[in-house]
Design a protein around this ligand. Structure first.
Ligand code: HEM
Length: 245
């Protein structure tokens, strides 16, 4: 995989881009606030009795897994709440110190969140296929952040932006997972024929370890290309692009 250098002018903030950013920011804050907040309303045992979220999956686990669960939801929740601000042009240009500090905190929350997510992926509620989906997400989440961080340290800012778009698309899996879950529950309802809701829920949850992030990373690559940032190549770039790079 090789990176290319673009020749088109730098991008500007258009109304469409502002709306997209506002949607991403509000949906991220809503999911971080609601889904993480619900686990603060009691112990995992109490929440499991009320069937809150995935409390039943983790209430009977050993304490290290439960610690991973809490580290994950708090750290990943923070990453989701902090991430969108990094794409604000105003923050990047006028308050660049804030961009740097927010970015550092984001990296720390992400390191904790992804390590804990990797642990949790071994105990997820889907089973072995869920492990591969969630573990791949956890590894890619950390790896894209590392690439983005290294590019920023080396002052390769266009490459940094491209990696952080890919990285936040993975963070945003927390939002898309819940959106897909709603959609996949709803499409089953007309054909449910008196099936238990838990059965409908389990059927909807099955594909989510993959569906929550694979489309996101495709959209991210599309955005990287549309912004004319260095994109990924699965084949060797043409000779003139290699020379330009
Ligand atoms: C992008 C990398 C992420 C990975 C690999 C990941 C992985 C996981 C895994 C494996 C579980 C357990 C699922 C199960 O048992 O079936 C989980 C649950 C959870 N995650 Fe993440 N996660 C990620 C990002 C996030 C983010 C950004 C948030 C922020 C809101 C978040 C919040 C939660 C919450 C609240 C749960 C508990 C389940 C629920 O109530 O829906 N995760 N995550």
């Amino acid at each position: 995989m090789t990176n290319t250098v673009s020749t088109r002018p730098a991008h500007h903030t258009t109304p469409r881009r502002r709306w997209s950013w506002t949607w991403v920011m509000l949906s991220s804050l809503a999911i971080a606030g609601y889904f993480v907040g619900q686990y603060g309303e009691g112990t995992l045992d109490e929440l499991a009795q009320r069937n809150v979220g995935l409390a039943t999956t983790y209430a009977d686990r050993s304490w290290p897994v439960q610690v991973a669960f809490y580290v994950h939801i708090v750290a990943a929740g923070l990453a989701l709440a902090l991430g969108p601000w990094q794409f604000s042009k105003r923050l990047r240009t006028r308050h660049w110190r804030l961009h740097r500090w927010n970015g550092r905190v984001y990296m720390v929350t992400l390191a904790l969140g992804s390590a804990a997510a990797f642990v949790m992926s071994m105990f997820n509620s889907v089973g072995i296929s869920g492990f591969f989906g969630f573990a791949a997400l956890a590894v890619l989440w950390g790896w894209t952040a590392l690439r983005g961080y290294k590019a920023a340290r080396a002052r390769r800012f266009r490459e940094h932006e491209a990696w952080m778009i890919r990285n936040f698309a993975l963070t945003y899996a927390a939002v898309t997972l819940r959106l897909w879950l709603g959609v996949l529950i709803m499409v089953q309802l007309p054909f449910s024929d008196g099936r238990e809701f838990t059965d409908i829920f389990d059927q909807a949850y099955g594909p989510l370890p993959y569906l929550c992030w694979i489309p996101n990373i495709v959209v991210a690559e599309f955005l990287v290309r549309r912004r004319n940032l260095p994109s990924l190549h699965m084949t060797s770039p043409p000779a003139d692009a290699r020379l330009a790079g």
